[in-house]
Ligand binder design. Structure first.
Ligand code: DC
Length: 251
């Protein structure tokens, strides 16, 4: 179970709410560890695809999930020495991860791995069920939301940046072709509408699954950041952290 001596701040919320950016900034500001739990589900999706484990092979997926040992270095994610950072951020991966995350067996297999990230001096845990299931004793739980349209806009910006980073070159082969197909899909004229629809469908699945559905913990502070800048959200959370009495002198 959770080591209650280690300070944990949970940042939960739907895709694209900005919780990843908020959580990373918090971790940097406080000098805490950072757990991107969504990345673990995404890694399971990427590795399952590489190993031809079918999306309905629950046993195979749970076994794989139990053996995931991810290494987070800056904004890169490694598994078994391989940099999976570009693949895990694709929309196709997000879609697979959302399906895989609905299996209780997979969620259970990842519980211990997630709790093991709670180390001194503290942890910022980013996900959907950090406050409700993984770290229920955490002294501060944030539930970050934003409208689906705003989240789609932010996601589009992110995908465009990713496309620029990867270089959009015709005639690429293998994985790169797949990446560019995925990225270009969201650059057509109806791309924003398509992205809003995809986000809403994933929200729906995350909120309505039986095991650990996406919902705020009873003691979570809900912040709607549709019209807030990331700095405003960060300031608000740091204020809450100071007020919580957990840390007097760190911020
Ligand atoms: O936060 P993200 O978009 O990287 O998450 C990818 C998928 O994993 C998303 O569909 C929800 C799921 N997920 C989850 O069920 N529980 C978590 N703690 C984190 C993510």
């Amino acid at each position: 179970m959770t080591d209650s001596r280690v300070k944990v701040i949970c940042v939960d919320g739907p895709s694209g709410s900005g919780k990843g950016t908020l959580a990373r900034n918090l971790a940097e500001k406080l000098g805490y560890w950072y757990l991107d739990s969504g990345a673990l589900y995404r890694i399971v999706a990427v590795v399952a695809k590489q190993r031809d484990i079918a999306l309905d092979d629950v046993e195979g997926l749970a076994k794989l999930a139990g053996n995931i040992r991810a290494l987070f270095k800056g904004d890169k994610v490694f598994h078994e020495g391989k940099d999976l950072s570009p693949e895990i951020r694709l929309e196709t991966t997000a879609e697979m991860a959302s399906r895989i995350a609905a299996y209780p067996e997979v969620r259970e297999a990842l519980e211990g791995t997630q709790r093991a990230y709670a180390e001194e001096p503290g942890l910022i845990a980013d996900g959907r069920d950090m406050g409700t299931q993984i770290f229920p004793d955490a002294p501060l739980k944030i539930f970050l939301t934003a409208s689906a349209e705003e989240r789609a806009l932010r996601r589009m910006k992110q995908l465009n940046e990713l496309a620029e980073k990867n270089g959009e070159v015709d005639g690429q082969t293998g994985d790169n072709q797949l990446k560019n197909k995925d990225l270009n899909h969201f650059k057509s004229s109806d791309s924003l509408r398509a992205l809003v629809k995809d986000i809403q469908a994933r929200d729906e699945r995350d909120r309505n699954r039986e095991t650990s559905p996406l919902r705020p913990a009873e003691d979570a502070v809900e912040i709607d950041c549709t019209s807030m800048s990331i700095d405003e959200v960060l300031d608000q959370v740091l204020l809450l952290w100071n007020k919580s009495g957990e840390v007097a002198s760190e911020v």
